[in-house]
Ligand binder design. Structure first.
Ligand code: NDP
Ligand SMILES: O=C(O)C1=N[C@H](C(=O)O)C[C@H](O)C1
Length: 247
């Protein structure tokens, strides 16, 4: 595949390495420095684009790829308030977009088991649940996209929780969740690549379900595999649609 990389930071550079290892070619790299000078024609030789940029840039990049008729994988998080309008535009314009808060296989297994766990614990009202996410100090968004996906999986399967609220450690803002609110606690620590924990606590015990990324390699490889999966398709997809864990 001929790939356009939108965003060439920590993730973009690693994705280039994995793409080349799998026999693909990076034909264009776009970052903040050259974004303004990029024209639709610059994208037209490529087969697919992969965006790991910033929440604001991702929305602009999505529009650019739709205009250029270029299928697009979006790994950037922090733009999900606009998800519905992007989905509508994508489908109306007959384009192809796959997005995901986390492309690692481990986290996608975690997403699946998280829902099963929530369903299993749901009848036992003595347990309260919360989500914790830890990331590096450079991260622009909170809570993490992964934590939002985890929270959505819990909300779908837990009668007592209706929405999530976010508390950022050290922000000075005290968040006291109501009983029907699921707390997502965000911590920012040095260079942590991404750790997510679901905690179920009762008076007598605690169940912890945790995923720890040791590096960003799983995310980057997953993004390249997602691009391979998307090629030739039309529509609006989530990364979870690539997996079938029930077989
Ligand atoms: N879904 C997943 O599996 C994962 C998602 N992520 C998400 O991916 C995103 C990027 O993460 P990461 O690589 O760590 O971040 P970095 O800050 O390391 O890189 C961001 C890149 O985006 C570039 N950029 C800024 N504006 C634009 C623009 N208008 N067009 C194109 N590129 C632009 C920056 O350019 P410059 O350097 O010139 O400023 C930089 O190269 C984040 O939202 C993060 O949450 C991260 C890991 C996994
Ligand atoms: O910004 C990051 O680094 C990460 N972002 C994604 C998220 O917001 O969930 C995925 C991963 O945890 C790393």
């Amino acid at each position: 595949m001929k790939i356009v990389l939108l965003g060439y930071g920590k993730m973009g550079q690693l994705i280039e390495r994995f793409a080349m290892k799998r026999g693909h070619e990076v034909v264009l790299v776009v970052d903040e420095n050259n974004r303004e000078s990029i024209e639709i024609e610059d994208l037209q030789d490529a087969d697919i684009a992969i965006d790991f940029s910033t929440p604001h840039a991702a929305l602009e990049n999505i529009s650019l790829c739709f205009e250029a008729n270029l299928p697009l994988v979006v790994g950037t998080t922090g733009w999900y308030d606009h998800l519905e309008e992007v989905r509508e535009t994508c489908l109306e314009a007959d384009q192809a977009l796959l997005y995901g808060s986390n492309f690692s296989i481990g986290v996608n297994i975690f997403f699946h088991i998280n829902k099963m766990l929530a369903k299993a614990i749901n009848p036992y009202k003595q347990y309260d649940v919360q989500v914790e996410e830890i990331h590096h100090i450079h991260k622009l968004d909170a809570p993490s996209g992964t934590a939002i996906t985890i929270a959505e999986g819990i909300l779908e399967n837990t009668d007592g929780k209706k929405s999530w609220v976010n508390s950022i450690e050290g922000s000075g803002e005290e968040i006291i969740p109501k009983a029907e609110e699921l707390l997502i606690e965000s911590l920012r620590i040095e260079e942590v690549p991404g750790t997510h924990t679901v905690l179920y606590s009762s008076e007598v015990d605690q169940i912890e379900f945790k995923h720890t990324a040791h590096s960003r390699e799983g995310f980057a490889l997953g993004a390249v595999i997602a691009a391979e999966w998307l090629l030739g398709k039309k529509g609006f997809f989530q990364v979870t649609e690539m997996f079938d864990f029930n077989n």
